[in-house]
Design a protein around this ligand. Structure first.
Ligand code: GUN
Ligand code: ZN
Length: 441
């Protein structure tokens, strides 16, 4: 076998081999290679198997590159965060409020600072570094209403050749004047950003109407027209997060029976449309998400922190809806996907849903890629996929070492890792085949 190899990693590899139709399918798709080797050619995975065989392939190809030896580590696909706000990084962990007051008191004043391009550049670097420090290699990201916020973010992601999707917030009512725009301005600035960034390197653009209360029908009509012009564009927004928010939507749009009907009426549902939260959906809304092939971002730390409600994971399987995990920083309380999965498990517990470790890691990797229609490119270690991965140290503390040594199965070790884990467990992060984060020791 002739191969060009630019990097060879050794360690224990774990991923999920394919898209699951039911939670019960996932365990059968779990792949684990102990003492394995992965070969990369630049940013692409070209081979994965047992280490001895990999060494033979390297010898046959006269390849003498040094091996990246992670023998005691667990190498998994990079985490995928399907819902996060970069201009809320500096206000994470804001005390005391539920959604609507939290937006007014903390979020809008913070986001107003992003009119300043230098500030946006500084925070973009900090934000991307936080993603990488936590093993997240792809995210679907909200900017602010200012187009320069998104220029700054995409510039940092492009320098790393990261796979990132983002968009500027669109909003024309119910926020401070400094954060409002007209539908015409929103249309013009959004189209200019799409021309600059959509499908540039590994970047994609997401239309980002914030949520229904900050959107006039005229604004939603502009969003519809842009979406029509760009069939492969993404759309990200919020849906049915908080009971007061839902009542407000019903009073603002009395002609529509349900929250989702407002988006659907403007043709803002469908493939590549990602709805965050979806906590209090009516049966017709579940059906609409399913019928339109829309995706959901489940954000457990945010839902608990803002006291918003409990997401029904089981319903997404029943209704065959694409699901990814979101941190929703800054309403979410961590960038870390292990901590996010731990909270997802507890949300399940409160509803008698047993979220297995295999299912949890699926949602955070291949399932998230499926929710973003990127499962042909990222999410597992299939040959030909992009080399975005994270090297986890399952024993980053004395307690983790003790508990892991006391675990028998892979499922148990993964469950301990997600329940006790945090950023200490992230040993290396690779994006596009290159190391972009390494832990100090
Ligand atoms: N709904 C509208 N805007 C936001 C936001 O910034 N965060 C969350 N969690 N919900 C929202
Ligand atoms: Zn959000």
């Amino acid at each position: 076998m002739t191969l060009i190899v630019t990097r060879a990693l050794c360690g224990n590899f774990f991923d999920i081999s394919g898209i699951a139709a039911h939670a019960a399918d996932i365990e059968g798709k779990a792949r684990y290679i102990e003492n394995g080797m992965m070969l990369l050619n630049g940013g692409m995975i070209v081979w994965l198997g047992h280490r001895e065989e990999g060494e033979r392939i390297l010898a046959d190809n006269d390849c003498t590159i040094p091996l990246d030896d992670y023998s005691d580590k667990l190498i998994i696909p990079g985490f995928i965060d399907t819902h996060i706000h970069y201009p809320q990084t500096e206000m994470i962990a804001a005390f005391g409020e539920q959604l609507l007051e939290w937006l007014d008191n903390y979020t809008f004043p913070t986001e107003a600072q992003y009119h300043d391009i230098e500030y946006a550049q500084k925070m973009s670097k900090f934000f991307i570094q936080q993603l990488l420090n936590n093993g997240t290699t792809t995210a679907l990201v909200f900017g602010t209403v200012h187009p320069q916020s998104v220029d700054a973010l995409f510039t940092v992601a492009a320098a790393l050749n990261m796979r990132l999707i983002a968009g500027k917030v669109m909003m024309d009512k119910h926020a401070p004047a400094a954060l409002l725009e007209t539908p015409e301005q929103s249309d013009r600035e959004t189209r200019a950003l799409i021309a600059r960034w959509h499908n540039h390197q590994r970047l994609s653009y997401a239309l980002t109407p914030r949520f229904v209360p900050t959107s006039s029908p005229e604004l939603l009509e502009k969003v519809r027209l842009i979406k029509q012009d760009y069939p492969d564009i993404y759309l990200q927004t919020h849906l049915s997060e908080n009971r007061e928010e839902i009542s407000w939507v019903k009073s603002l749009y009395p002609q529509h029976e349900r929250y989702l009907d407002v988006y659907h009426h403007h043709q803002l549902t469908g493939s590549r449309c990602v709805f965050a939260h979806c906590l209090h959906l009516e049966p017709e809304e579940w059906d609409c998400l399913s019928d339109t092939d829309s995706s959901i971002a489940f954000c457990p730390t945010s839902n608990l922190f803002l006291g918003s409600g409990l997401f029904d994971i089981n319903a997404t399987w029943q209704k065959k809806i694409r699901l990814g995990m979101g941190t929703d920083v800054g309403a979410g309380t961590t960038f870390n996907m292990l901590q996010t999965l731990a909270e997802a498990y507890k949300v399940g517990q409160l509803q008698h849903y047993r979220l297995s470790a295999f299912e949890a890691f699926y949602h955070a990797t291949l399932g998230g890629a499926h929710a973003l229609h990127l499962d042909d490119k990222i999410g597992n270690f299939d040959i030909g996929k992009e080399a975005d991965l994270v090297v986890l140290d399952p024993g980053a503390s004395a307690l983790q070492q003790l508990r892991t040594a006391n675990s028998k199965t892979l499922a148990e070790k993964l469950f301990v890792l997600m329940t006790l884990g945090d950023d200490r467990n992230i040993y290396r992060t690779l994006v596009d085949g290159k190391v972009v984060y390494q832990r100090d020791n």
